[in-house]
Design a binder for this molecule. Structure first.
Ligand code: ADP
Ligand code: MG
Length: 354
């Protein structure tokens, strides 16, 4: 009775506070977690990037760079592609006809565009290097934009660089506070992203995240989690996307953002109903409080038995008293579990709102 009652009250409280626990063990594992890994796009940030800068090389205009990029991204479902398409639409730039569209995970997209079937690429440095496009003339612009925490995509036509398009994504309102609180609670925060090192570092610095794992291809995310585990760290992974699902499963506890994809939610042990990161603080608090309740309950359960059993053996306890003690022990445990409801599990900084 001591353990399940506390777990039941705990998961009920979680639900009331927007933390849904799918697997009971998660409450117990969360307490031992020492590292929290966050996906960047859609988890730390809102996941709706906006185009902020367009940089053409000589011989190109901004409009042409944007139009080329949009033509290739027509077939893309990536938020970066959607940002480019939205911007092109705003500027009334009609995309060229595109064929043989191909998305290269973690790198970018390619297609043949226009009547002369030009081979066009939009993507990161890795993609350009793979397709042997020289982008050195843009390196200074790239570094500058990345230091502003922007994600930069290079645009090339027929293996010649044409320009770059930069996007920025806004942080969720409570991201900074939640990270600070988690660090204060003694947890090591880590950002895991496919984005480039400089952009990732710039965002991590704004947030106070202590470790950054950048330029990780989608299929390598699981490996990064396993590496941390081999180091002896107990890892909770927080993510929202399809590409986070395997990492959510690999982590000791997977935490899905409720506003994210169904696949992420299916793969996780815990779902945060509200999309914000404060839910992670609540989940950890919940687990710690629930666990200390379990310990108290076990104490009370044993306490009664330790006193009553010897007394009964010595004939000091009347059977009626023993009956009463037995019942009281159960009542104490259930009552004590219910006292868990009084615990504060939402972070302090949320007090003012509700
Ligand atoms: P994240 O881990 O942030 O979800 P991804 O693994 O999806 O990132 O992508 C990593 C990088 O690959 C992006 O930062 C971008 O440089 C490049 N990339 C991916 N998809 C596209 C696309 N459709 N257009 C341009 N670049 C892309
Ligand atoms: Mg994401």
């Amino acid at each position: 009775l001591a353990t399940p009652t506390a777990l039941m009250v705990g998961s009920g409280m979680g639900a009331e506070n927007g933390v849904l626990i799918r697997h009971g063990e998660a409450i117990q594992t969360l307490r031992n977690v020492d590292t929290i890994v966050f996906d960047k796009t859609g988890t730390i940030t809102k996941g709706r990037p906006e185009v902020t800068d367009t940089v053409p090389v000589e011989g190109y205009t901004k409009e042409e760079v944007l139009r080329l990029a949009a033509s290739v991204e027509v077939g893309s479902e990536h938020p970066l592609g959607e940002a480019i398409l939205r911007k092109a639409r705003e500027e009334n730039l009609e995309p060229y006809k595109a064929e043989e569209f191909e998305a290269i995970t973690g790198k970018g997209v390619i297609a043949r565009i226009g009547p002369s079937q030009k081979f066009a690429l939009v993507g990161n440095r890795r993609l350009m290097e793979e397709k042997e496009v020289d982008y050195k003339s843009l390196e200074d612009d790239l570094s500058r934009l990345e230091e502003e925490a922007k994600t930069v995509m290079l645009v090339a036509v027929n293996r010649k660089i044409g320009g770059a398009v930069a996007v920025a994504d806004t942080l969720k309102d409570d991201s900074v506070q939640a990270i600070r609180e988690l660090e204060r609670m003694g947890l090591k925060t880590t950002m895991l992203t496919g984005d480039n090192r400089r952009t990732a570092d710039a965002i991590a610095k704004k947030m106070g995240i202590s470790r950054v794992l950048a330029e990780v291809l989608p299929d390598q995310k699981v490996k990064e989690i396993q590496k941390l585990q081999e180091n002896g760290e107990i890892v909770a992974m927080v993510g929202d996307g399809i590409n986070d699902a395997p990492a959510l499963t690999a982590a000791n506890v997977g935490i899905a953002i409720g506003t994210g994809t169904d696949i992420a939610i299916e793969s996780a042990d815990v779902t945060l109903v509200r999309g914000d990161l404060s839910g992670v603080v609540t989940a950890i608090n919940l687990s710690r409080k629930t666990f200390s309740k379990i310990k108290q309950n076990l104490f009370w359960a044993f306490f009664y038995n330790v006193i009553a059993l010897p007394a009964a053996m010595l004939g000091l306890a009347h059977p009626l008293i023993a009956e009463i003690a037995m019942a009281t022990s159960s009542v104490t445990v259930v009552t004590n579990a219910n006292l868990l409801r009084r615990a504060r599990i939402r972070p302090e900084y949320q007090k003012k709102e509700k």
